[in-house]
Design a binder for this molecule. Structure first.
Ligand code: SF4
Length: 407
């Protein structure tokens, strides 16, 4: 079983906080033929079917043609196949921009096989949406959420970004109240992170605004967690909350550090082997990606993108670090060591030390405690490096590090 990620890189405009690979050029006619070729190429590299999860991310996949979407669905079925049991169908997620959503488009996506929509709502306050450079307003986000529910999608997700410069608890509550009224099956509540190389990164360096202070930011994080808990959402990942059965299967494949395929420019994939992990990535440019595809039948020309190999030991450390994000499944280092026939006493000692500090609890798997969640970055770093005896952990930063804001 594997997962497939499809990167659709086109966006109407670029949001100032975004560091995903995206382009404001128009999709050209050759894009989907190249994407199909890319799927075929990756299938040579990783052909463990069936596909349990297919994810259209971007960019703005809600701008993708329905014909192109259908082509991808058909190709995935041909190359890997879908699960045989109708009781456990594949999860097919599409990220959507609120301004793009219409009842007709939602019906077409459902008909094409999409089972889950991830709506980039980001905020329900116009002022914040403008600051974030979004093309939609709060009314459009509300309308889109209602259209998705009315279209009969059994699962969908809305997201919010908190921790904006100058944002107050009351501002945050306004968006949370709207979210509570909509009560989607899944919510992603991300803290704003400002990355170098983005427009926000430049503005920050120029002193045009200040980032929210860490204490206030953490207070907001705790506020959103309490809000979700009060509505009986299951806090299953650092930034993700779900009603039972609506956890993102696709993202879990990432948090388990298992195998998946990534097609399209800048996408990457990985496969587990008897020796460890191999990771491959496509060039971060539509042109270079297309040239690479046209140049050879051999997958992954040297120098054309990411190529990385991890030993089983390195994979284990990384899997433990990433796996801590999953607050429900946690990490299972003994079992994972058994899979590869390896041992890692330093890692186990680091886990033991984190447990003694109250950051990790063990019942079968190891999971972050609520205390550990607030120092999650440092716990993860401890496991990755297994540097025992270093200074007492202080502060917290994991909560804003990895979360991605969808379109
Ligand atoms: S946040 Fe989404 S819509 Fe905005 S630039 Fe990034 S990928 Fe495009």
């Amino acid at each position: 079983m594997t997962a497939v990620y499809v990167h659709y890189p086109y966006c109407e405009t670029l949001c100032p906080y975004c560091d995903f690979f995206s382009s404001t050029r128009s999709e050209d006619q050759g894009f989907f033929p190249a994407l199909i070729r890319d799927l075929e190429r990756w299938n040579h590299w990783l052909d463990e079917g069936p596909v349990r999860s297919l994810y259209f991310g971007g960019g703005t996949p809600s701008r993708m043609s329905v014909a192109g979407l259908r082509q991808v669905m058909t190709t995935v079925a041909r190359l890997w196949g879908w699960p045989a049991s109708p009781a456990s169908p594949a999860e097919v997620t599409l990220e959507a921009n609120p301004g793009d959503v219409t009842p007709a488009l939602l019906a077409a996506w459902r008909e094409a096989g999409v089972t889950r929509i991830s709506l980039g709502s980001q905020s329900f306050r116009d002022e914040e949406l403008q600051f974030l450079g979004r093309r939609h307003d709060a009314a459009q986000a509300l309308d889109a959420a209602r259209m998705i529910a009315d279209a009969g999608f059994a699962s969908y997700s809305l997201d919010l970004i908190f921790g904006l410069p100058g944002q107050s608890d009351r501002d945050l509550d306004e968006s949370l109240d709207m979210l509570a009224a909509l009560r989607p099956p899944h919510v992603s509540l991300y803290g704003l992170t400002i990355e170098e190389g983005t427009a926000f990164g430049t503005a920050l360096a120029q002193g045009l605004f200040d980032e929210m202070k860490r204490d206030q930011w953490l207070g907001m994080y705790q506020r959103v967690c309490q809000w979700a808990q009060s509505l009986h959402y299951h806090h299953y990942e650092v930034s993700n909350f779900a009603q039972p059965g609506h956890e993102s299967r696709h993202n879990r494949q990432y948090w388990r550090n298992r195998s998946w395929v990534g097609v399209g420019p800048a996408a990457h994939g990985q496969r587990l082997t008897a020796e460890g992990l191999e990771r491959r990535g496509n060039p971060r440019s539509v042109r270079a990606w297309r040239q690479n595809l046209e140049a050879t039948d051999r997958p992954f020309l040297a120098g054309a993108g990411l190529r990385e190999s991890l030993s089983a030991d390195a994979w284990l450390r990384e899997a433990c670090m990433i796996g801590l994000r999953d607050l429900e499944l946690g990490i299972a280092p003994e079992r994972w060591c058994g899979e590869f026939g390896i041992d890692d006493p330093a890692l186990f000692a680091a886990i033991q030390a984190a447990k003694a500090s109250g950051w990790i609890e063990r019942s079968g798997a190891c999971r972050l405690t609520s205390k550990g969640l607030l120092v999650a970055d440092q716990v993860a770093e401890r496991l990755l490096n297994a540097t025992l005896g270093s200074d007492q952990l202080q502060g917290a930063s994991v909560l804003g590090q990895v979360p991605r804001a969808d379109v």
